[in-house]
Design a protein around this ligand. Structure first.
Ligand code: ZN
Length: 262
């Protein structure tokens, strides 16, 4: 491989009331959970988010793993063992042990569920996000699944305070975009042929909500979220498009199924 390239995958379909994502919105919506693989010529395979834990695909284990009511609340009924990050990587011919870096947008249960599959990787998160995830406020604690963090103290963490050029070559830049979670971050990917894009995770769950500045009921801070959305809007107006984790239209635009952007 000679240059940076990326591909995306759906690691967690969900069908739920849209109001759970976009405050007061009517109806129901089916959404993906998007994770991405980045292959860097010098730094190898980098994973952006890890999806939902395999226990959630098992009817016998899902409620004890996620906690009572969470599975039904998020409507993860279409989530199967094949959506789990190890199998998604396998389809691309990548072993979990090939992953050198796991970078988290934030540590909610649909982003950190695959953490334990990568015991030898360097795990990258904002410092305040990791600390908050292990001791969340009661009202956000249902979305920080403590079972996802059982191996957290055995892992090698690179904790970041603020914006960061991950490898110092401009290829992958992390920018702080708090609001949905206290230490939420987004990833600007500089693809040699396509140009720059930003993987914006959960800065917004739906595109219409982004444009109208409508919060999600689970957002940690609507004020911080508004500022983060303004930051992404500035990037978009400068020609760097944002792709949201749970916006189906965004996943349709990204390369999947073994196709890549470079
Ligand atoms: Zn999410």
């Amino acid at each position: 491989m000679s240059a940076l390239r990326m591909t995306a995958m759906n690691v967690g379909p969900m069908t739920l009331e849209k109001a759970k994502l976009v405050t007061f919105a009517p109806g129901e919506v089916t959404i993906p959970t998007t994770a991405a693989v980045l292959e860097h010529p010098d730094h190898g395979v980098i994973l952006w988010d890890t999806g939902i834990n395999e226990a959630v695909a098992d009817p016998e284990r899902r409620d004890s793993y996620w906690g009572p009511g969470i599975f039904d609340a998020f409507g993860a009924h279409a989530f199967t063992r094949d959506h789990v990050i190890d199998r998604q990587l396998d389809k691309l011919g990548i072993k979990t042990s090939d992953v050198r870096y796991v970078v988290y947008s934030h540590l909610h249960l649909d982003h950190a569920g695959g953490m334990a599959h990568f015991p030898d990787a360097i795990h990258v998160a904002q410092r305040d996000e990791l600390r908050y995830a292990l001791f969340p406020d009661p009202w956000t604690s249902p979305v920080y699944c403590q079972n996802d963090f059982k191996s957290v103290h055995q892992l090698n963490w690179k904790l970041i305070d603020g914006d960061c050029d991950l490898f110092g070559d401009g290829s992958l830049k992390l920018i702080r975009t708090p609001g949905h979670a206290p230490g939420h971050q987004s990833l600007i990917v500089d693809l040699p042929n396509r140009g720059r894009i930003v993987l914006a995770a959960d800065v917004s769950h739906q595109r219409d909500q982004f444009e109208a500045f409508i919060p999600m009921p689970w957002d940690w801070s609507a004020g911080a979220m508004t500022a983060s959305r303004q930051r992404l809007m500035l990037l978009e107006s400068g020609g760097i498009p944002a792709f949201f984790c749970h916006e189906g239209l965004d996943l349709e635009r990204l390369p999947t199924g073994g196709t890549y952007w470079d």
